[in-house]
Design a binder for this molecule. Structure first.
Ligand code: KIV
Length: 261
């Protein structure tokens, strides 16, 4: 618990000092590599679309999230480990606390992330009062989005709502807020307004940190989203390794004596 609180306090203190690096992970092998460079590792319910090919994150359940988070935990040494509470697991404060406690107990993760602003502020307060650290998530909230994903904060009404949501989460005790697909000017305004860090995804350089889906960063997905920067094309590397394996198997070059008993 003390270690968890220390990690969270360190992250909060980074505001206005140095940027917070956050990436998703769904399994141990990736977690092990990214943990060297991340402050926060998020087991996002994006795993529904990225790994399971679901058309909505609503199909992800708590059991799946727990199993993936256990795997990720095995690869984490230093980053703060956050689990997404999936859809329909925090419909009221009692359900949220029961499921958060179960997730934390079974996975040994440090915190939960839930989507929503003023509508979940009583849930956030209840979790925080019961020693469950919470990362908020506003802007596009995929669990409840209706229709197409559209950036938020263009109209005055949307701007006002985002500010109200951010303030409500801060007041409720969230230790940070993910801003997803939020226009730059409003991300900047929110980041300057609140004392907890903002972590942007498609929300401009003005946020206190950035998060991306690791599979997008590595080029494992076919994501063509404006904010996604592919830092490597891993699919190409996998393809050439597998091609070489195939050729060596067919020609009898593999396995040589070195690889045999
Ligand atoms: O589910 C997820 O991976 C997320 C991040 C993209 C912020 O919520």
């Amino acid at each position: 618990m003390v270690n968890k609180i220390n990690k969270i306090n360190k992250i909060i203190k980074r505001k206005n000092k140095s940027k917070i690096v956050c990436l998703t992970a769904y399994s141990k092998n990736i977690a092990e590599v990214i943990d060297n460079h991340t402050d926060i590792v998020l087991v996002g319910d994006s795993l529904g679309s990225v790994l399971y090919n679901y058309n909505t994150t609503r199909k992800v359940n708590l059991k799946m999230m727990i199993e993936h988070t256990k795997s990720v935990k095995a690869g984490i040494k230093k980053s703060l480990l956050v689990i997404d509470l999936p859809y329909n697991t925090y419909r009221n404060k009692f359900e949220a606390l029961k499921n958060s406690k179960k997730a934390i107990k079974e996975t040994k993760c440090d915190a939960v992330k839930i989507e929503g602003g003023t509508n979940v502020s009583n849930i956030v307060s209840h979790l925080v009062n019961n020693k469950v650290p919470v990362l908020g998530h506003i802007g596009i909230t995929p669990q409840t989005v209706k229709g197409k994903f559209k950036s938020k904060g263009k109209t005055e009404k949307e701007k006002k709502k985002l500010i109200q949501d951010a303030l409500a989460l801060e007041r409720s005790g969230a230790f940070g807020i993910v801003l997803e697909c939020v226009y730059s000017d409003i991300s900047k305004q929110i980041t300057n307004l609140i004392k907890i860090p903002t972590i942007g995804i498609g929300a401009s350089v003005h946020c206190d940190g950035q998060v991306l889906v690791t599979d997008d960063v590595l080029g494992l997905t076919n994501a063509k989203i404006r904010f996604v920067k592919k830092y490597v094309n891993i699919k190409r590397l996998i393809n050439s390794a597998v091609l070489k394996f195939k050729q060596e198997v067919k020609s009898g070059k593999y396995p040589t004596k070195k690889y045999s008993y």
